[in-house]
Design a protein around this ligand. Structure first.
Ligand SMILES: Cc1cc2nc3c(=O)[nH]c(=O)nc-3n(C[C@H](O)[C@H](O)[C@H](O)COP(=O)(O)OP(=O)(O)OC[C@H]3O[C@@H](n4cnc5c(N)ncnc54)[C@H](O)[C@@H]3O)c2cc1C
Length: 432
C-alpha cells in the first residue's frame, strides 16, 4: 500500500484538475527531467524562468505521486539535518555559506505563490518544540542562528507557561516560535508550479515511466511508447528511483514516515491545539510533526523511532502518538492515514550534482525526510549549475556521496542501526 497510490489529505483537497498525456512520440529537447515531484518540477521551472523552456518532464505515475504528494506540508528552516556533517567536505567557509542560504526556502515558495497566483494555503507560524533542558539549550542557540538570518519575522524562544501560547499541549517544556516558517498544501503548490512550468512552454508527460536511459553527448530516454533525446538529463526520482540509475541508487536508503488526518474539528478545539494555526515538530532525532489545515483538521505524522517497519494499522499507530501530545483528542475520529518512503543520504544532506562520468547527467535526491522547503532552495541552485554554473552549485555538488552497502539485501537492518545511532547521538548534540 505504501508504494502504490495513497489516498491522502492532499488528494482529497486538490484544487488543480491538471492532467497530462503520456509520451507517445519521439521528442528532441534541451533538457529531459525524470520525476514529477518538487525536485523535477522546481528545477524545470527555474530553468524555464532562465529562458530554457525546451524541456520534457516524464513522471511515472501522476505529478505528486511520491513524497511531494504525501508529506506533512511543513515549511521549516534549514537544509539537511546537521550542517556539521558536511563540514569535512566543504570546510568552515562552506558551512557558513550553506547556513546563509538555509533560511531562503520559505521566501522562494512565497515568491512562487505570488508570481503565479498559486492557491496552496501557505500559512505562517512554526513551533519547534522541546521536552527538556538539553533541548531548551539547543532551541536557544537556534533562536540566535535563525534571528541572524531572518529579521523580517518574529522568532521567539518560550518556556514554561508561555509554551501554551504557541501549542496546546502539556508535554513540552520549551519552544521556538518562527513566524517565517509554517505550512503549505504541498500538492496544490506542486500543481500550481507545474501549471506555471507548462505556461513557459515546457511539456509534462504523466504515466510515462523512463524504462531505459542511454548516456552520451546526447542522452536518450525510452518510455513504453516514445523516446526523448536531450542535451541534458535530470534524475529527480528520490525514493522511487529503484535501480534504473545504479550509481545514484547506491547513494541513498529509504525509510518511511506515516501520518493521519483527523475529522474536521471545532474552531474552539483548533484554537486550543494551535493558537497560531501553525505547524510544529519536536527536535528529537526522529520527530513527531503536525499541523492544522485550512479545513480545521489536524495532520499528525511520525516515523518509527528505532526499529524500521511499516505499522499494520496506520490510523491506530498515528492516533496513539497523537494522543500522547493531545490526550483531549481521544474522541476525535481519524479519517485517513497514509505513509511513504523517503530517500535518506548517509550524511542526511540532499545530494545534487552531475555524474562523474557524464557531465550532462544531473541528479537531485536524498532529502532525508526534509524536502518541502529545501527542495525549493536546492533546485534553484541546481538549475544554476545546469544552466550557467555558479559558485554555490559548485559548493553543494562538492559534498561527497557515500554508498550505502547492502541496502538491497538488509535495508530494515541498516535503517534500524542508523536510527539507533541517530537517537543516541541526539543525547550529545542536544536533540534528546
Ligand atoms: C510521509 C512523508 C512525510 C513527509 N513530511 C515532510 C514535511 O512535512 N516536510 C518536509 O520538508 N519534507 C517532508 N517529507 C519529505 C518530502 O516530501 C520529500 O523530500 C520531497 O517531496 C521529495 O521530492 P522529490 O521531488 O525529490 O521526490 P518525489 O516527490 O518522491 O518525486 C519523485 C517522483 O519520481 C517519479 N519517478 C520515479 N521513477 C520514475 C521513472 N522511472 N520515470 C518517471 N518518473 C519516475 C515518482 O513517481 C515520483 O513522483 C515527507 C515525506 C514523506 C514520505
Amino acid at each position: 500500500m505504501i508504494h502504490t497510490e495513497a489516498a491522502t489529505y492532499y488528494t482529497a483537497t486538490k484544487k488543480y484538475e491538471l492532467s497530462f498525456p503520456s509520451l507517445e512520440e519521439d521528442l528532441d529537447v534541451d533538457v529531459v527531467v525524470i520525476g514529477g515531484g518538487f525536485s523535477g518540477v522546481n528545477t524545470a521551472l527555474e530553468l524555464a524562468e532562465k529562458g530554457i523552456t525546451n524541456i520534457a518532464l516524464l513522471e511515472a505515475k501522476h505529478l505528486g505521486f511520491g513524497g511531494t504528494g504525501r508529506n506533512g506540508g511543513q515549511i521549516m528552516a534549514g537544509i539537511g539535518h546537521d550542517l556539521d556533517k558536511v563540514r569535512k567536505d566543504v570546510g568552515d567557509d562552506g558551512v557558513r555559506a550553506i547556513f546563509e542560504i538555509s533560511d531562503q526556502g520559505a521566501d522562494i515558495i512565497q515568491a512562487r505563490i505570488d508570481r503565479y497566483g498559486i492557491d496552496a494555503d501557505f500559512c505562517h507560524g512554526y513551533g519547534y518544540l522541546g521536552y527538556n533542558a538539553r533541548q531548551a539549550k539547543t532551541l536557544r542557540a537556534w533562536e540566535t542562528d535563525f534571528r541572524s538570518l531572518n529579521s523580517k519575522h518574529e522568532i521567539r524562544y518560550v518556556e514554561g507557561a508561555e509554551v501554551r501560547g504557541i501549542i496546546g499541549s502539556e508535554v513540552y517544556h520549551c519552544g521556538l516560535l518562527h513566524m517565517g516558517g509554517g505550512h503549505v498544501h504541498s500538492l496544490n503548490l506542486l500543481l500550481g508550479e507545474a501549471q506555471a512550468l507548462v505556461g513557459h512552454g515546457a511539456r509534462i508527460f504523466e504515466f510515462s515511466p523512463a524504462l531505459e536511459v542511454s548516456y552520451g553527448p546526447r542522452v536518450k530516454v525510452r518510455t513504453a511508447k516514445g523516446t526523448v533525446t536531450a542535451n541534458k538529463l535530470l534524475w529527480a526520482c528520490d525514493s522511487f528511483l529503484n535501480r534504473l540509475e545504479p550509481e545514484l541508487h547506491r547513494s541513498t536508503i529509504n525509510t518511511y514516515a506515516f501520518q493521519c488526518m483527523t475529522e474536521p474539528l471545532s474552531d474552539e478545539l483548533i484554537e486550543r491545539i494551535s493558537p497560531i494555526r501553525g505547524a510544529y515538530s519536536d527536535i528529537r532525532p526522529v520527530i513527531d510533526y503536525f499541523r492544522v489545515t485550512r479545513e480545521n483538521r489536524l495532520l499528525f505524522g511520525a516515523a518509527t523511532p528505532l526499529i524500521e517497519h511499516i505499522p499494520g494499522d496506520l490510523k491506530a499507530w498515528n492516533r496513539a502518538l497523537m494522543l500522547k501530545v493531545f490526550p483531549y483528542l481521544s474522541d476525535v475520529k481519524i479519517d485517513l492515514a497514509w505513509g511513504g518512503p523517503m530517500a535518506c543520504s548517509p550524511n542526511l544532506f540532499p545530494q545534487i550534482g552531475s555524474l562523474p562520468t557524464h557531465n550532462n547527467v544531473f541528479f537531485v535526491q536524498g532529502y532525508t525526510g526534509f524536502g518541502v522547503t529545501p527542495s525549493h532552495i536546492i533546485c534553484k541552485i541546481l538549475a544554476e549549475g545546469m544552466a550557467e554554473g555558479s559558485p554555490r552549485y559548485d559548493l553543494l555538488s562538492s559534498i561527497r556521496r557515500a554508498s550505502v552497502i547492502g541496502k538491497d539485501q538488509i535495508r530494515p537492518l541498516i535503517v534500524s542501526a542508523g536510527k539507533v545511532w541517530h537517537q543516541a547521538s541526539g543525547y550529545w548534540n542536544g536533540r534528546r
